[in-house]
Design a protein around this ligand. Sequence first.
Ligand code: GTP
Ligand code: SPV
Ligand code: MN
Length: 671
Amino acid sequence: GSVPYADIISRMVKDTERAQLVVSERTPLQQWLYSRVALFGPSTVHFVSGSAEEEKLLSARCIADGTMKPLNPKLRPNCFIALTDAKDVARSEESTFVCPVDKKNAGPTNNWRSPVEMKAELKAKFNKCMEGRTLYVVPFLMGPKGSKLARVGVQLTDSPYVVLNMKLMARVGLDVLEMIPSDSAAADAAARHPPEPARDPSAKFPQQKLGFVPCHHSVGVPLHESSKSTPWPCNIDKRVIAHFPDSREIWSFGSGYGGNALLGKKCLALRIASAIGREEGWFAEHMLILGLTSPTGKKHYIAAAFPSACGKTNLAMLRPSLPGWSVSCVGDDIAWMRFDSSGQLRAINPERGFFGVAPGTSELTNPSALAALRRDTLFTNCATTMDGDVWWEGLTPSRPEGLTTWQGTPGGTPNAFESLGPAAHPNARFTVSAERCPSLDPAWQDPEGVPISAIVFGGRRASTVPLVYQSRSWEHGVFMGATLSSERTAAAEGQMGEVRFDPFAMLPFCGYHMGDYFQHWLETPRRQNAKLPPIFHVNWFRRGPGGNWLWPGFGENARVLRWIAGRIEGTASSHETPIGFVPTLAELGVTTPPPRRAGGAHIASDVLQTVDAQGNPLLSLVPGTEADLLRVDRDEWRAEVDRIARHFETFGDRLPTQLSQELETLRTRTG
Ligand code: GTP
Ligand code: SPV
Ligand code: MN
């Protein structure tokens, strides 16, 4: 039955004394909460305080519902495994909408619906959607406390699993409520340059009045009378993830998974924040942030954009193969960047945890991540072992005996599983607090952000794109970002492996017209008289004729970072190709394999040079691959130019002319 909402509110304010203090006045926050509780019709309201006892309570609830199981506490203390519905395993781009008033402002890369229409649909979907469930109110801050760029959000959700994840991924707690000004209309207007009126006429509660980004989430499965929650409630047929950049609000229905449901992450920190950043002159990007320190102690921070599941976490936590070099992690997925008053680009990580890809993570590939995952971690869609630990493809060279797959198929010999496909879902993930990462950078929470010395783009390309190259100019660098192209991965639903353009790795995350986004990147630094950092492009994923990776990747990517540091400092050499500057093999420390002797006998290994003049280990590659690694093939690039031309056509007259000029330059150079 339905509960009168006045009742719920009185219970809700009793729940937490501090919450009562904050919302008991007639603030915009309170009005918003009342109206949403009335619409969703939950049986209880819980203010998420961020306390340790609360965490225990939420875990217990998830265990009781069957959503999570504790792992063996002797092997992984305070760790849990959650298995999702088989249809709710990744972001759904098909169900994701960006809804500015004017369709043209969503651009060709976003699904669009008019806000009036979408709101009507959402109202119907959310009507009484939380019956029989608890509504959790999750106040959260994106960005370090005290940072000018930090933003407050409040997520309403009926999923305790989502709350537990939010607590790891964002700064959650009641103290955040105190950051919302009670007279938020004035405070918000004062904080904006220039002040802007709400442009979405359908917005009942425009963000300017609220002082926070309202985030609405429901798994979309109300509970009636005697019905009990299923382990992974979701409502795939009615799933929708809607963003209103004009009124700055988020509504997500039907999914409990990652980017669909943890609304601080892709929805707020990328889609809504990119639209805010455009208005206010800064950037919200799908980028890792790392600190790179050389043996002489020089340190550079680098921001890098790779599409989903293309190596950001691994690069951000890299352990260099080169002695004396070190990498520290500021963030692994999202960067908010602005030019400061001296024109220096600075970046903050708006998150406070990692929602990382499990498969492929091992002691050899990412020891930092593995150390972080030893305790206090939520695992999703991994396989489990007989002794109550987790496992995934790549963790160890072979499958342990007696695994249970991510779909719960138990037992069996390792061979029996081959026919069942991977034991862990390819998009299986871990959620863990940043503090657990042993290589976390000391300045990771600096409110001013860290100074960025270089920007890197990267994709997953089997052919065409060399290991690394540098742009000739800022405009050429923006062109490299705008034409970033990559094979699709398991991070989103759809055909894996298909090569598609993913500009700036933001294809699924840009909250406005992609052509305007390119323009924002071109003009903002010029307008702000900024220092322009050099721009690079990397590709760890080029393949040889037999389909094997040409480059060992992971720790050896330090060789590429070393060259980038040398380019920043003006000490590393390069040669110019039609697409930009490429390092010499000597700069990468890659050995030229000695020619085979007559009769095909190998040269004795002790004759091979293994260190360079400075004593750094050289990397010996399979003969022939060293040239392929850096090759710029004219035929391949002519085909690429044609692909880019078709890609650019989709932006119509919103494609900045500098980018069509860059394309013509590339055409001439590769012709
Ligand atoms: P999102 O969290 O989806 O945004 O992904 P991400 O960009 O952080 O990707 P992540 O670092 O988690 O890597 C995704 C997959 O690529 C994992 O399976 C990694 O093991 C693999 N990978 C990462 N770096 C390399 C590399 O240098 N070489 C190869 N061959 N694989 C890599
Ligand atoms: C991505 O897909 O880029 C992710 C994972 O980082 S999710 O949070 O699901 O979007
Ligand atoms: Mn991501």
